[in-house]
Design a binder for this molecule. Structure first.
Ligand SMILES: Nc1ncnc2c1ncn2[C@@H]1O[C@H](COP(=O)(O)OP(=O)(O)OP(=O)(O)O)[C@@H](O)[C@H]1O
Ligand SMILES: [Mg+2]
Length: 359
């Protein structure tokens, strides 16, 4: 019996990919890499007085997914994302955007892709202090040479989308941190990017505003369906937002997986450090915990079913009113398993859970 796959958006086309990407800071990094057969160890890099900010990174980012990059300060998150948009020049490797290697693209193509297909939001908001909200949001379109009337109309739409209608004439200093970041978000969306990069966009905000902005961000994504690369060093934020998470350490990707995979199967102690305090009921899904049933037999559980990606936390609410097992579907109408209240309680009590092999 095949367990249902969680309904993730990781099955679409690859939108953006890194192939053996390196970024070494220091003197003659290209020569150093070539001399070491493009496989220098961390010790060799440090020994040569270089900084291995991105080390041999290969990954695929799928169309429409929220891909979160996590890691401690200095682990290379921002550098990796700057490589992806070619804001910095990788030392070696390939960055594939819709299959086209950005490192081989000429300057004109690159500028066009960056201006029209990529949007960026930064931790410190990066707003222009002497421009009001409307002009800040319209700025990327102004750079593109879009006529004033058109760009202002587009900016108005984005300002409304992020909930700032009526504040068009305010200056950044007249806005709270959360509101300023909404302007940053509206500005990055004004060009209708295909790939949206956000580098710790909510880190400077206090916890309540931060949670509000995360909700807002998820609401926007439901409408916009962008391909998103989101950096954070907060694992709670990561599991809330991510389809998949990449964990970085010393310039390297240690593990890529769904929040559930990282929590239940951490690749090493560095990953488990991040995942230790995560409430399992928030990440473990019905598909992992269910007992498979044969849909054709008469033993199929009755009642309103849940999909395989439903988290245990949500199921527990159901068990307040219902004691019988809850059917689990594979995303269609087919019932593929059942989950009992005891199964769900075991997760709460911290019992060992392993990922369903078939997932
Ligand atoms: N222009 C540069 N020149 C030299 N070293 C750099 C440069 N930019 C980044 N680094 C180094 O590369 C490493 C990775 O930096 P990066 O900014 O990518 O980390 P980060 O994971 O984004 O950290 P943070 O969470 O603090 O933002 C660090 O050791 C940093 O000091
Ligand atoms: Mg950074």
């Amino acid at each position: 019996m095949t367990a249902p796959k969680a309904e993730k958006s990781t099955e679409g086309a690859v939108k953006l990919a890194c192939r053996n990407v390196w970024k070494l800071f220091g003197i003659h990094p290209k020569q150093f890499l070539a001399e070491h057969g493009y496989q220098p160890t961390y010790e060799e890099i440090c020994g040569a007085g270089l900084i291995g900010a991105t080390r041999d990174v290969s990954l695929d980012i799928y169309e429409g997914e929220i891909f979160v990059i996590m890691g401690l300060s200095g682990s290379g998150k921002s550098t990796l994302v700057r490589n992806m948009s070619r804001l910095i020049e990788p030392t070696a490797g390939e960055i594939l955007f819709d299959g086209m290697d950005l490192l081989k693209a000429d300057e004109k193509t690159l500028i066009r892709i960056r201006r029209k297909k990529m949007g960026m939001v930064f931790q410190n908001f990066g707003l222009l202090p002497h421009r009001n909200v409307l002009d800040n949001v319209a700025f990327p379109l102004e750079v593109q040479g879009v006529a004033r009337f058109v760009r202002e109309e587009e900016a108005e739409l984005m300002i409304e989308l992020v909930g700032l209608k009526g504040r068009e004439n305010y200056f950044p200093r007249e806005l709270s941190g959360g509101e300023q970041q909404r302007v940053g978000i509206a500005r990055s969306l004004a060009v209708e990017p295909e790939v949206w990069f956000l580098d710790e966009p909510f880190s400077a905000l206090d916890p309540l505003i931060r949670a509000e902005m995360q909700d807002e961000f998820l609401r926007l994504q439901k409408v916009l369906h962008k391909t998103i690369v989101f950096i954070t060093h907060d694992f709670d934020e990561a599991i809330r937002l991510a389809d998949r998470i990449a964990i970085m350490k010393d310039g390297e990707i240690i593990q890529v997986g769904t929040p559930e995979e990282l929590v239940l199967q951490p690749a090493d102690s560095y990953v488990s450090e991040f995942t230790q305090k995560v409430p399992r009921a928030k990440v473990v899904s019905a598909a992992t915990l269910m007992t498979p049933v044969d849909g054709s037999s008469k033993g199929v559980p009755s009642g309103k079913p849940v999909t395989g990606d439903t988290k245990i936390e949500a199921l527990l609410c159901r068990f307040l009113d219902q004691r019988t097992p809850i059917p689990v579907t594979d995303g269609t109408d087919r019932i593929v398993g059942e989950i009992t209240m005891q199964d769900a309680l075991r997760v709460l009590l911290g019992e060992e859970v392993s990922l369903n092999e078939c997932q």
